[in-house]
Design a protein around this ligand. Structure first.
Ligand SMILES: [Zn+2]
Length: 291
């Protein structure tokens, strides 16, 4: 059987970075400030057009963090944004209006700050995560890394919410079932090429995007891991207790990360795993274009 491969290329853009001590993201990395890039991914489906995974930082982040308590967010994670994403896309000949789907890995500001720039896209997000944030007051939302003012006023009417993840990622990748280390997915399109993957733990409603290109699979996994050390099969380079304080569920974060580590081991070079802040992905491929 020949696999259908409707995704021909994808490119990763860096939409700013924040700075905080390396040891927060990975135990043993020291307290020196380290830059964490905010990566977003653009993939092109031959039938469904351009799909963006997250937006990274945006000038709107600075607008929304002028007032208190939102200003606490900007003060604890200083942000630098040399060139906004929409300008980088335009430089590649892509007007924001042609982005048809914008998948949100989760609602932290470093992933959704640019939502208002994308006026035509259908947003795709996990519904339980969104509803959970909506039950919280302003202070708790900020403590959860969510700045409500970043959402466009028509956010709910433009969003395709996902509630159910019926498919096993291991069976999508044709791997044997692994009872305690599985991930579940929902098809984004019905052609078997692209799935939303439930990756709970880091934040409410945290999801990834799995797609097949040139016969191999790519898992964009948002903040399910941050550094290559986090992916150590022996579990030695896991995030610090400080990072765990702001997680939606540290226990689920570990279960999700265990499942990703196991999946990588079993799929070998048939699977590439890419995290939103993993600067190592630029090594050996500085243009961040994958064809
Ligand atoms: Zn993040």
């Amino acid at each position: 059987m020949i696999d259908y491969n409707p995704i021909k290329q994808f490119k990763i853009y860096q939409a700013g970075h924040c700075t905080h001590p390396g040891c927060v993201a990975e135990k043993g990395c020291g307290i020196e400030p380290r830059e964490f890039p905010a990566y977003v991914a653009l993939i092109e489906h031959e039938r469904y057009g351009l799909i963006l995974f997250d937006t990274g930082y945006d000038p709107e982040f600075f607008v929304q963090t002028r007032s208190f308590p939102e200003s606490l967010y900007a003060r604890t994670t200083p942000v630098t944004l040399p060139v906004p994403l929409v300008e980088q896309l335009l430089a590649d000949g892509i007007d924001q209006k042609v982005i048809r789907h914008l998948v949100l890995s989760h609602f932290h500001a470093d992933h959704i700050a640019g939502l208002k720039r994308f006026t035509e896209a259908t947003f795709v997000a996990d519904e339980r995560g969104y509803r959970k944030l909506m039950t919280m007051g302003r202070w708790r939302q900020v403590m959860q890394g969510f700045l409500k003012g970043l959402l466009p006023s028509d956010f709910e009417s433009r969003t395709a919410f996902v509630n159910d993840y019926p498919d096993s990622v291991r069976s999508i990748l044709r791997l044997d079932a692994w009872k305690y280390c599985n991930l579940q997915a929902a098809p984004l399109f019905k052609d078997g090429s692209t799935y939303l993957v439930n990756l709970p733990g880091h934040a409410a409603g945290h999801i990834g995007l799995l797609f097949r290109m040139n016969g191999k699979w790519v898992l964009l996994c948002g903040d399910a891991y941050w550094t290559q050390g986090n992916l150590d099969p022996g579990g030695n380079g896991r995030p610090s207790w400080l990072a765990r304080l702001i997680m939606d569920s540290p226990r689920q974060f570990d279960t999700t990360l265990d499942a990703i580590v196991r999946l990588r081991l079993d799929a070998g070079d048939r699977l590439k795993v890419i995290g939103s802040h993993d600067s190592s992905i630029a090594q050996g491929n500085p243009t961040l274009e994958f064809v």
